[in-house]
Ligand binder design. Structure first.
Ligand SMILES: Cc1ncc(COP(=O)(O)O)c(C=O)c1O
Length: 388
């Protein structure tokens, strides 16, 4: 593509108020971040349990770097899979109860590998309509094609499963949807998949650490077992406070991915120091249920206050609490008004969400204080009324 065409596309995005800026920021402790020399309350991060700033985890990162160095210096099947990687894999298996896991440099890569490797070329992928970009992009590359069922709608999935016959289908969904914060009925969805002998692949990026006993995830909270899923993707960039991702599954599924998963085989393994820190984060996440309890209390408080302010909240019980605005310029105006008052809450606009469904996506953390949540809702209520 020539640069003139790129400039035209960029200009179009600016005209539609869809051009995104990237300002350098510094996350601080206690739900704050610094940008342009000013401190803000941060309601846009994914550090759901506050582990990204946890001193024990940071010490593990420094110790890991002194002992193992900065990078893994190799792809996992050459020299990249080292003792810290194995210790992290063992901690994940012990926590989640899957036979084995593979680590990836991002959740995006983990999803790409999971879908592209586990669906056979003659099988069709069936994805929820609101699936994350990493799942949709993987599906677009799939030789067997893909279809999307209506969001969290089992009868829509049932119809697609019937239409797919005699070809086989592989079903893909998320434990908590990233832009809406809601969840499918996983027990019913799993039973439907079993009736059709269709493997189920789950992206639990936003459920891991937050939901279920010891934070095992949305599948565990809803009564599923590892055997209910062909594979489960999780990532380290949200509740665990780091970065990277993994796919968990049976010994056969994981060995198949290890042998055939191109994203795994041909990519530098995670930093070993990061793996040392992530293992510590996993242990704290399991043990410190007070973090989940604190987050749950914050979710409840936000919902109560938002109801009193009559804010148009989407129904969500997760750490993701979207305020549906609809119009892009209104969403931007509210976000700007909040910024003036020292609150960082980005507007989420198309193409990340469907046209006409721009929103302010509040994300809560155990690191927040109740007073910060009160401040947010009060400012949001004022700004919302000011634009309506
Ligand atoms: C549902 C979902 N899946 C996958 C990803 C990708 O994970 P990562 O950020 O680790 O690449 C994200 C992150 O934004 C997500 O929200």
């Amino acid at each position: 593509m020539d640069q003139t065409r790129m400039q035209l596309a960029l200009q179009e995005r600016r005209q539609l108020q869809l051009h995104r800026n990237q300002a350098p920021l510094q996350p601080l402790t206690a739900g704050l971040l610094r940008g342009g020399g000013k401190d803000y309350l941060n309601f846009s991060g994914n550090d759901y349990l506050g582990l990204s700033q946890e001193p024990v985890v940071l010490k593990a990162l420094c110790d890991g770097a002194s002992r193992y160095g900065l990078g893994s210096t190799g792809s996992p099947l050459v020299t990249g899979h080292q003792y810290p990687h194995q210790a992290l894999c063992d901690a994940l298996c012990d926590w989640l109860g899957f036979d084995d896991v593979l680590l990836f440099s991002s959740g995006f890569a983990a999803n790409q590998c999971m879908l592209q490797t586990l669906a056979a070329s003659e099988e069709r992928l069936l994805l929820d309509k609101l699936s994350h970009a990493s799942l949709i992009d993987a599906a677009k590359h799939h030789a067997g094609g893909f279809k999307r069922f209506l969001h969290n709608d089992l009868s829509s999935l049932d119809k697609l499963l019937a239409q797919t016959l005699p070809a086989k289908a592989v079903v893909v969904t998320e434990g908590v949807f990233s832009m809406d914060g809601d969840s499918p009925d996983l027990a019913a969805l799993s039973a439907l998949c079993q009736r059709h002998a269709a493997p189920l692949l789950l992206d639990d990026a936003h459920g891991l650490g937050v939901l279920g006993s010891e934070g095992r995830g949305s599948w565990q909270q809803q009564g599923l077992t590892p055997a209910s899923l062909q594979a489960c993707m999780g990532n380290f960039g949200k509740a665990l406070g780091g970065s990277g991702g993994f796919v968990a599954g049976s010994a056969t599924v994981i060995d198949y991915l290890r042998q055939y998963g191109r994203h795994y085989i041909y990519s530098t393994a995670l930093s070993p120091a990061l793996c040392v820190a992530l293992r510590e984060a996993v242990l704290l996440c399991r043990q410190q249920s007070w973090r989940r309890e604190r987050l749950a209390a914050h979710i409840q408080l936000l919902q109560q206050l938002a109801k009193a302010e009559e804010l148009p909240m989407l129904a969500s019980d997760s750490a993701i609490q979207p305020v549906l605005i609809g119009d892009t310029s209104q969403a931007l105006a509210i976000s700007d008004a909040l910024k003036q008052q020292g609150i960082w809450l980005g507007a989420i606009r198309p193409p990340t969400v469907a046209p006409g469904s721009a929103r302010l996506r509040i994300t809560l953390s155990a690191a927040h204080q109740p007073a910060q949540i009160r401040q947010l809702v009060q400012a949001l209520g004022q700004a919302y009324r000011g634009t309506h």
